[in-house]
Design a binder for this molecule. Sequence first.
Ligand SMILES: NC(=O)c1ccc[n+]([C@@H]2O[C@H](COP(=O)([O-])OP(=O)(O)OC[C@H]3O[C@@H](n4cnc5c(N)ncnc54)[C@H](OP(=O)(O)O)[C@@H]3O)[C@@H](O)[C@H]2O)c1
Length: 261
Amino acid sequence: MELQLAGKTALVVASSQGLGKAIAQQLVLEGVNVMITSRNEEKLKEVEQELRSLHKGNVAYVQADVTKQEDIERLVEKTVETYGTIDLLVNNAGGPPAGTFETITDEEWYKAFELNLLSYVRIIRTALPYLKRNGGKIVNIASSSIKEPIPGLLLSNTFRTGIVGLTKTLATEFAQYNILINTVAPGRIATERVAFLDQINAEKFGITKEEMEARMKSTIPLGRYGTPEEFAKVVTFLLSGANSYMTGQSFIVDGGMVKAI
Ligand SMILES: NC(=O)c1ccc[n+]([C@@H]2O[C@H](COP(=O)([O-])OP(=O)(O)OC[C@H]3O[C@@H](n4cnc5c(N)ncnc54)[C@H](OP(=O)(O)O)[C@@H]3O)[C@@H](O)[C@H]2O)c1
């Protein structure tokens, strides 16, 4: 199967570590020119070097906070200045804090909205003129909470499902431009974020992080966490020329963890 990705240009948001970085890496390996971005310039420099050492697609970075519209404008401008256009867009961000209904403040609600939903809207809007040029692909990263709410992660449960509604609606609106847009939702993929959540939950239950991890893995039919690379390969397929007919869909990469149909 030909992925037909070589020479394309991708903007991969929130890509200094974890899922975003793994997606950037897979795309670089396919010969894509990739713009990586996050708030931390030091980490971005390191990832840029690491991905450049693969000697495949080009890599550049822009430091940006996706909760700020001016940063998003600068990010898109720099990407187009560097590579000429944007063919592929991956929306991603850090996770919102844990909390239950009675503990979450209005400020936390607003912040999670800005980070986990509004940033996707703003980035798509800003990149749209370029994605429209040749027909583009968008992947929005969400969470398995789009199918089965996760206890203690109310902010994620609320705003990730918003991503699904956004994706499905835009699939219809953007079909006229031959832009395909899908949601990809991780279950438990071994990243810094998951290690952090395991630590929080371990403290809550008064057990060790290792015990918490074993407890979590026992709920996954495949019996292990996914690797960032496994997750990134699904995203890469959806962004590729091999995907020419799937749009508006949600794909869960979870080793069978989610029990809902
Ligand atoms: N891993 C999983 O199994 C899993 C499961 C369900 C949901 N998710 C969700 O999927 C997303 C990615 O997961 P992950 O595990 O890769 O998370 P991660 O390891 O915490 O990485 C998050 C990335 O987002 C960047 N970021 C955070 N806030 C940002 C901001 N305001 N502006 C720009 N960049 C920002 C971080 O870089 P800087 O700190 O340098 O800005 C980092 O590169 C998260 O939203 C997570 O909650 C992951």
